[in-house]
Design a protein around this ligand. Structure first.
Ligand code: SF4
Length: 454
């Protein structure tokens, strides 16, 4: 058994430094961008909306379209209901979306605007929709905002006709468009009719067509969200992001759900495929069997470089859990596993996962931050960092290689087009981790040793 207990522990409760998360509205905005012809609307000041749009645009390298209620001093004192009504009228007149998805900001939450009552009081054009959710950023993170917005859509739009539509609803969680495409490819290969909700592929990875398209082709349609209540079941990929919307759908429309880990790594991908096979009764096609076999071969080949290498993993709860599982499958030792999102299920899930592989004493924390991670690494370093761009400062200060994975990745391109999920995603990550560790080895070995390997 490996014992990784650090020599000293730091405990800081009232303050976060370099939080490993961002505002609830960032998640709400991203979920709304995964609905076809939807314009996310930020009910608050322009500064919040600009920040959230910029954050998403920097990660996806795509315009994140959204409107704002543009609060000034008057709205801050007297409430923002009037601003919201004017904004909705203007947005339908000028930008012509099919649906506006309103989320709140800290300011409107502090004032206590009753957004639901305000929407009920609006003149909404025929055939158009306005939905909302509350996203106070002083609780939770962008992950809470993401699933809150999903619930907003379900609450306003979903119905049950009593006639099953024969489809499986798949909730992918807060992942890149590249992941959503891969999840759809796997479901297609397994012959499962499905509705992916939300679906940012074709929106946040839209092709260049030579002209600006406010509403690209992608996104879950309004009709698809309406018919979620007629789905036969839900596959919720990522329990920490999807439990609440799955439970809501069950409570309102009696649609049963299965919680699965995000399909990152071999075991989690196998589980996803087995569930798909249970639903469609289809065998796993040779194309996937072959890819899995290639992946196992790659793991055997690269094992000598990854075995027993220690790694610090940080980011969003479901993605970090998936990456932890993937690293364990590579023979690596996750030493610090943290998320900034306050969810105690995370600690339980990751601790159980580590125990299964015989790793004890690792630091596993929810509601943590990158300052704390840096302190831990200063006490006892690791061989590799795995997470978003903000780990770069730790990597530089401690001279530890960083492999970027998860959200946000602000200083690299193309990553959001390529999956982390499925066997395809794991092959990609194994390639990056192994080659990064080999680069490090090359950089530290003597010149004469280098010549012998060359
Ligand atoms: S005020 Fe709240 S919602 Fe706006 S940027 Fe700050 S934390 Fe985010």
């Amino acid at each position: 058994m490996l014992d990784l207990t650090p020599k000293t522990m730091t405990e800081r409760k009232a303050l976060r430094i370099n939080p490993c998360k961002t505002c609830q509205p960032v998640g709400a905005m991203y979920a709304a961008l995964g609905v076809h012809k939807c314009l996310p609307h930020s009910h608050g000041s322009q500064g919040c909306a600009s920040y959230h749009r910029t954050y998403l645009s920097r990660h996806f390298k795509e315009p994140a379209m959204a409107s704002t209620s543009s609060f000034t001093e008057g709205a801050s004192v007297f409430g923002g209901g009037g601003n919201l009504k004017t904004a909705v009228r203007n947005v339908f007149d000028i930008y012509n979306p099919d649906i506006i998805a309103v989320h709140t900001t800290c300011l409107s939450e502090t004032i206590g605007d009753d957004v639901g009552a305000c929407i009920a009081d609006m003149d909404i054009p025929e055939g158009k929709y306005v939905v909302h959710t509350n996203t106070p950023s002083y609780v939770g993170s962008h992950i809470n905002g993401f699933y809150n917005m999903m619930q907003g859509f379900i609450n306003y739009l979903t119905v049950s006709t009593g006639t099953p539509n024969g489809k499986t609803a798949i909730f992918p969680g807060f992942v890149n468009p590249g992941d959503m495409r891969e999840i759809k490819r796997l479901a297609g290969l397994m012959k499962v009719p499905f509705i992916l909700f939300p679906d940012t592929s074709g929106v946040m990875d839209a092709p260049m067509v030579g002209r600006f398209e406010m509403y690209p082709k992608g996104g879950t349609t309004i009709n698809e969200i309406r018919s979620l209540g007629d789905c036969t079941e839900v596959l919720a990929l990522g329990p920490m992001t999807n439990t609440e919307p799955a439970e809501l759908l069950k409570k309102k429309f009696k649609v049963p759900f299965t919680l699965l880990p995000l399909p990152i790594g071999i075991e989690a991908t196998d589980r996803f495929l087995m569930e798909l096979s249970r639903i469609s009764k289809a065998d796993v096609p040779y194309e996937l069997e072959e890819q899995r076999g290639q992946l196992v071969d790659i793991l055997l080949d690269s094992h000598q470089y990854t075995y027993q290498k220690t790694v610090a993993i940080y980011g969003d709860p479901d993605i970090v859990t998936g990456l932890t599982s993937l690293c364990l499958e590579m023979g690596m030792v996750p030493k610090y596993v943290i998320t900034g999102t306050p969810m105690e299920e995370f600690t339980k899930e990751v601790t159980a996962l580590l125990e299964r592989y015989g790793v004890t004493g690792a630091v596993v924390k929810a509601n943590s931050d990158l300052f704390e991670l840096h302190q831990l690494i200063k006490n006892e370093p690791v061989d590799l960092l795995l997470g978003g761009s903000y780990g770069k400062a730790i990597a530089k200060a401690e001279n530890i290689p960083l492999v970027r994975a998860g959200f946000p990745i602000l200083d690299r391109y193309v990553h959001s087009y390529l999956p982390l999920v499925g066997y395809t995603g794991m092959i990609r990550i194994v390639e990056r981790i192994t080659n990064t560790l080999m680069d490090r080895q090359d950089a530290t070995c003597a010149d004469e040793d280098l010549e012998t390997v060359m």
